[in-house]
Design a binder for this molecule. Structure first.
Ligand code: PNS
Length: 169
């Protein structure tokens, strides 16, 4: 870095299957801190049966972040570190909900720094969303529970239309 101050480009990676109000809260706060923020959807071959396709996840994120001129949505395959290098990004942003999140995130942060020399900065998700995760939202929704407080309206509409298409309702 040679003491050079950069106008930081941050990357906020995740599965976003689907994006929740917790994710949107982190995006809103990161967008106020960093001049450029790329929200990066991972194409994760290990997660065999995602609820939403990559295109749908990107589209939901685009619609939910359209008010921020400095936020862009993209995706990556493989290592986050390679994507960070490709974009010449300066920092990785992650949200922490509960202390136990930190356990695995600390290892990821060390590994990503070792691979790229790029640091990870953590924002604490608003306590209102400390129990909100994409997997819990899907589980509750698919069994008929009301998740409208935990996802943006546009995401709820995508979820309802997906459920109709899958004939689950
Ligand atoms: O929303 P998630 O599923 O908690 O996000 C996890 C994510 C995408 C940040 C993490 O799985 C990731 O970085 N995957 C890319 C593969 C990779 O780089 N693995 C090594 C991490 S040090």
């Amino acid at each position: 870095m040679n003491g050079e101050v950069r106008h930081a480009h941050a990357i906020y990676p995740g599965s976003f299957d689907p994006p929740t109000n917790g994710h949107l809260d982190v995006i809103a706060r990161a967008a106020m801190i960093f001049p450029a923020l790329t929200v990066a959807v991972v194409v994760n071959p290990q997660k065999r049966d995602p609820f939403f396709t990559l295109d749908e996840r990107e589209e939901m994120l685009r619609r939910c972040t359209s008010q921020y001129s400095n936020v862009h949505v993209g995706h990556f395959r493989g290592l986050l570190a390679d994507f960070v290098r490709r974009l010449d990004a300066d920092v990785i942003v992650k949200g922490l909900r509960v202390v136990s999140d930190f356990e695995s995130e600390m290892a990821f942060a060390h590994m990503n720094r070792a691979l790229t020399n790029v640091d990870t900065m953590f924002l604490m998700a608003d306590s209102a969303y400390s129990f909100v995760s994409s997997s819990l939202i899907k589980e509750v929704f698919l069994q008929g529970g009301d998740v409208s407080k935990y996802v943006p309206q546009v995401v709820l509409e995508f979820m309802e239309s997906k459920r109709r298409l899958q004939g689950r309702n």
